[in-house]
Design a protein around this ligand. Structure first.
Ligand code: ATP
Ligand code: MG
Length: 301
């Protein structure tokens, strides 16, 4: 079954057409990385899914049921922008208030449970305003988790987090998906980070889904290459191009050889031409480069 199934979704803000027939399929249990440039329609889609704004046309189903089904709404936890918390109240009290709003009966147990899920047990007594950005983001996820939702919708939850904050977030989201049966829809511009957790991807552009794929499909479609450094990169590039059709210098100053069978072959070839290799490795194109290539391929909007 699919947690989310969207067909031909349209949304206008006055004259502005934000969604132009967007399709999206998110299987149950997925961590779905939702990607696209600024203004492409990610937050708009997420807000529609959570019932925060109406839409103009198309079909939206959550767990096989139409979005209008009232029972479905209770199944979604949301973090879009920052959580609506009272700054001077403790983390615990903020969550207790939210639990009361949702009509949760065993509130204290629930709050304890969600704090544990986001690794915040130790900070329950802290005032919200004194929490770090990373903690606030996790409090937002704890809020979204109240009521035991089957689907979590998170809009850029890792923005602005430091390496440790990102690691914790990564562990929390993976744990939720793998061990608590939660489907996670997460939008982010930090592709290298998203790539570490996502099982599925959706790439939007100009209000349309231009590519959906699984992490395995991404992996299979990403080419490997040999990357190397020598004393004279310009000369080496020239020599390599006599043999390999595609040789490029990357941002880290490595020469990338795309058609080489293995590093040994390249080292031997260059040695025969009197060029010594300082450093050589094989690597794979990641999500970020795949995304940039795809955007180039699709051209300007
Ligand atoms: N309330 C609104 N009123 C008018 N236009 C809006 C409104 N909300 C969004 N838009 C427009 O809809 C389009 C999609 O916006 P959206 O916020 O969904 O993009 P996004 O993919 O989330 O971008 P970002 O990566 O910057 O968060 C943009 O052109 C935006 O200006
Ligand atoms: Mg957005």
């Amino acid at each position: 079954m699919n947690a989310i199934e969207i067909k031909n979704l349209t949304k206008n803000f006055g004259e502005k057409q934000a969604l132009k027939g967007l399709d999206m399929t998110v299987p149950v249990g997925a961590i779905y990385g939702f990607i696209g440039e600024n203004g492409s329609g990610k937050s708009t889609t997420e807000k529609i899914l959570c019932g925060l704004i109406p839409y103009n046309g198309g079909d939206v189903k959550l767990f096989g049921k139409p979005l209008t089904d009232v029972n479905i709404r209770a199944n979604i936890g949301v973090l879009i922008e920052s959580p609506g918390c009272f700054p001077s109240l403790s983390v615990w009290n903020n969550l207790m208030i939210q639990a009361a709003n949702l009509g949760i009966t065993n509130a204290a147990d629930e709050v304890r449970k969600v704090l544990k899920l986001v690794r915040m047990e130790g900070a329950a007594g802290n005032k919200y305003k004194n929490c770090s950005l990373g903690m606030k983001q996790r409090i937002g996820i704890a809020m979204a988790l109240l009521g035991d939702p089957a689907l979590l919708v998170l809009d850029e939850p890792i923005n602005g987090l430091d390496a440790d904050g990102m690691r914790i977030m990564r562990e929390v989201l993976t744990d939720l998906a793998q061990n608590h049966g939660c489907t996670v829809l997460v939008s982010s511009h930090i592709l290298g980070e998203l790539e570490k957790i996502a099982t599925h991807y959706g790439i939007v552009r100009g209000g349309r889904m231009i590519k959906e794929m699984t992490a395995e499909e991404l992996n299979a479609s990403c080419r490997t290459f040999v990357a190397l450094q020598t004393k004279n990169q310009e000369n080496t590039k020239f020599v390599l191009r006599n043999r390999y059709a595609r040789v490029e210098e990357d941002e880290q100053g490595y020469l990338r050889v795309y058609e080489a069978k293995n590093p040994e072959e390249v080292v031997t070839y260059l040695y025969e031409k009197g060029i010594l290799v300082h450093e050589i490795k094989t690597a794979k194109i990641g999500l970020e480069e795949y995304y940039i290539d795809l955007m180039k391929e699709k051209g300007a909007r």
